[in-house]
Design a protein around this ligand. Structure first.
Ligand code: FES
Length: 107
């Protein structure tokens, strides 16, 4: 089972086991990470915004046009921002590190 790390807004790192086939939003919720996901993964809210750390961004499948459009509405947007509901975990993402964005309140 892949292991990934969430970094909270206070810089606390939480390493979790994450089932293949789950999205980062599902994993975050299962591990009580402070992420909203208001639209339940329907790409209509951007409240599942996560920032991908280090070299991991380039190892993820590219975001769709719809995801990029929704990210434009996210607070604290960075060059490596993604929607947590759009990233599905696979074995080759073992070690992935993501952090919660600054200015955490999405809408
Ligand atoms: S949960 Fe709404 S866009 Fe991801």
């Amino acid at each position: 089972m892949p292991r990934i790390t969430f970094i909270a807004r206070d810089a606390t790192a939480l390493e979790v086991d994450a089932p293949d086939g789950w999205t980062l939003l599902q994993i975050a919720r299962a591990d009580a990470i402070d992420i909203e996901g208001a639209c339940e993964g329907n790409m209509a809210c951007a409240t599942c915004h996560l920032v991908v750390e280090g070299p991991w961004y380039d190892r993820l499948p590219a975001p769709s046009d719809d995801e990029e459009g929704m990210l434009d509405l996210a607070y604290g947007l960075t060059a490596t921002s993604r929607l947590g509901c759009q990233i599905t975990l696979t074995a080759d993402l073992d070690g992935l590190v993501v952090r919660l964005p600054e200015n955490g309140e999405n809408f």
